[in-house]
Ligand binder design. Structure first.
Ligand code: PLP
Length: 436
């Protein structure tokens, strides 16, 4: 297998991997192919991103063709047609009023970009004191400094104390097993948790200092937490009342995960800005971005004294290969009506997730659209060990599901069928019976 020593793998127990490598050498549709020829069912759209499935023909062809035609052109004062075309397509899918798109290469970059946009927008309107950001406990907004600072997953923050931005605060998370365990979809109780923004956080910091609130509509990497009914609308109303921007981080929820292009449309709540990545290219080439409402874009465009309205951008913002991949992906979603799949599979998926009620160690089951998780009680003195054991044993049985602490997350590609769900849930059920 070659020398594995030199690669420092991200978010990975490196020595453990290198002792028994889970090496993927190919993929097609719902499956990985491993170095030893075995197939593994992808139950997490790899990292919540391969919504169209693996190596889909239109996407592969678009990337191949583009690589031979225009490998790279910068978007700093020059342009290429594909970036404009993708921006138009994304704006068409976005909630009404959000119609300008800025490209990044990842979700983390999208989050740090949206934070700069928020501060810049307020400053241009003469509200330069609005620099503070409000995130949420258990939220995940990537790994760059801004995103890490508004995130609320303790293990991701712990090692970086002094690097975290000072000007942040966090709403409480909505996870409450005593009140809401085993709820199917959105809980009818808990919307009032949003009121903390107006009752505690705004009085503490003063709205005039707060730039934006950022939340994932359904938080993913923090353990798949589904918002209570009405919760997001309450956040929207409070932000509007206080001139605070509302940002939805849709890096996971975007591109069909909940049966609509964006979660904003699923919940009927329109934020001021949306961050996206992952599903826009179905994971095939890195691409992310921020969608903003017209008023924000216009505020920047009117501002220009120095010729450049926004002093920000990545060398590879709107990279031609990524844009070609995005066009192939968006065509695939449209032609195969993949954003309808979560609705078509809703019952089977929900029943599958909730079939674990009563299974060994399971203390909660959560689901919405085609995203879900079961939560297990942690093993005494070894938090996360059960989750990891389930992941490894499922992998050995040909199914990939992701451990998030002691949660096991499900987020299959939108092309999945009932038989794939049955295999995924069936394998996890079998494995749970063997976990101490
Ligand atoms: N925001 C959310 C909601 C995410 O789930 C993620 C990654 O999982 C990110 C941001 C970071 O994206 P990336 O890993 O592409 O930087």
């Amino acid at each position: 297998m070659g020398n594995l020593e030199h690669y420092w793998m991200p978010y990975t127990d490196n020595p453990r991997f290198k002792l028994a490598p889970k090496m993927i050498v190919g993929a097609k549709d719902m499956h990985y192919r491993l170095a030893d020829g075995r197939e593994v069912l992808d139950g997490l759209a790899t990292l919540w991103c391969v919504n169209a499935g693996h190596c889909r023909p239109k996407i592969v062809e678009a990337i191949r063709k583009q690589a031979g035609e225009l490998d790279f052109a910068s978007s700093f004062s020059t342009g290429h047609p594909l970036a404009f075309a993708v921006a138009e397509r994304v704006a068409e899918l976005a909630p009404t009023g959000l119609d300008h798109v800025f490209f990044t290469n990842s979700g983390s970059e999208a989050v740090d970009t949206v934070m700069k946009m928020a501060v810049g927008y307020h400053r241009l309107r003469g509200e330069g004191a609005r620099t503070r950001f409000i995130g949420r406990e258990k939220g995940y907004h990537g790994v760059n400094i801004g995103g890490m600072s508004v995130s609320g997953v303790p293990v991701n923050r712990k090692a970086y104390g002094g690097l975290l931005l000072g000007g942040t605060d966090h709403l409480r998370h909505t996870h409450d097993l005593s009140a809401r365990a085993f709820v199917r979809g959105c809980s009818p109780t808990g919307a009032e948790l949003a009121d903390e923004l107006e009752q505690r956080i705004i009085p503490l910091h003063d709205a005039s200092n707060i730039a934006a609130v950022i939340v994932e509509p359904v938080s993913g990497a923090g353990g798949v937490l589904v918002p209570p009914q009405g919760y997001l609308q309450r956040l929207r109303d409070i932000c509007t009342r206080h001139g605070i921007l509302l940002i939805f981080d849709e890096v996971i929820c975007g591109f069909g995960r909940l049966g609509k292009p964006f979660a904003s449309q699923y919940f009927g709540v329109t934020p001021d800005m949306i961050t996206f990545a992952k599903g826009v290219t179905s994971g095939s080439v890195p691409l992310g971005g921020v969608i903003v409402k017209k008023e924000i874009y216009d505020t920047f465009m009117k501002s220009s004294g120095a010729g450049v309205q926004f002093f920000h951008g990545y060398t590879y913002s709107g990279h031609p290969l990524a844009c070609a991949a995005a066009l192939g992906t968006l065509d695939t979603y449209a032609e195969e009506k993949l954003f309808d799949r979560p609705n078509e599979l809703a019952k089977a998926f929900e029943d599958g997730v909730h079939s674990f009620k009563g299974a060994p160690h399971v203390i909660d089951c959560r689901n919405l659209g085609l995203i879900g998780a079961i939560e297990m009680a942690p093993r005494e003195g070894a938090p996360g060990a059960r989750g990891f054991e389930v992941f490894e044993k499922c992998w050995d049985k040909g199914v990939f599901v992701r451990p998030v602490g002691d949660n096991v997350a499900f987020c299959p590609p939108l092309i999945c069928e009932k038989k794939h769900l049955d295999q995924m849930f069936g394998t996890v059920a079998e494995v749970l019976r063997t976990v101490a």
